[in-house]
Design a protein around this ligand. Structure first.
Ligand code: ZN
Length: 144
């Protein structure tokens, strides 16, 4: 797994503490608000850098190429959304086999940066176009 770092036993920096909160709530921020409000209307909202023209999906507040704040929001064409990559989950967190495997894909849009992780219904494959069937979070798409 990605968070497993190699190192000699006992050499990794660590500390022990007790978490006081059982649950955290984070604000989505100005760009996240644009994105999530878009979902409520069935829209995929990205943010467009005024300097380089790059469009980020989901919307984000800063352009990582120009290091400037982004204040322009655009709706991206969800009819062009496609599966970039995917994984299929066969077991739950405890290692028990799921009755129905779960497909999760990175869904991207042409000429944009970033992507959205979505549940996938149907025969998941890389490169195929998707149709959004739910804008509830996490989003759900289907493929033929
Ligand atoms: Zn830029």
């Amino acid at each position: 797994m990605a968070w497993e770092k190699s190192g000699k036993e006992g050499s990794l920096l660590k500390w022990f503490d007790v978490m006081e909160a059982e649950k955290y709530e984070y604000t989505v921020g100005p760009a996240g608000e644009q994105f999530f409000n878009g979902l409520k209307q069935g829209k995929i909202i990205g943010s467009k850098c005024d300097k380089c023209g790059r469009i980020y999906v989901p919307a984000r507040l800063y352009c990582e190429h120009c290091f400037i704040k982004i204040e322009t929001y655009v709706e991206v064409n969800k009819d062009e959304a496609y599966i970039d990559s995917f994984t299929i989950i066969y077991k739950d967190d405890n290692g028990n086999r799921l009755t129905q495997p779960i497909s999760i894909a990175l869904v991207r849009f042409p000429n944009t940066e970033g992507g959205i992780l979505c549940y996938v219904d149907g025969n998941v494959r890389a490169g195929v176009k998707v149709k959004f069937i739910s804008f509830q979070w996490p989003l759900r798409v289907k493929v033929d």
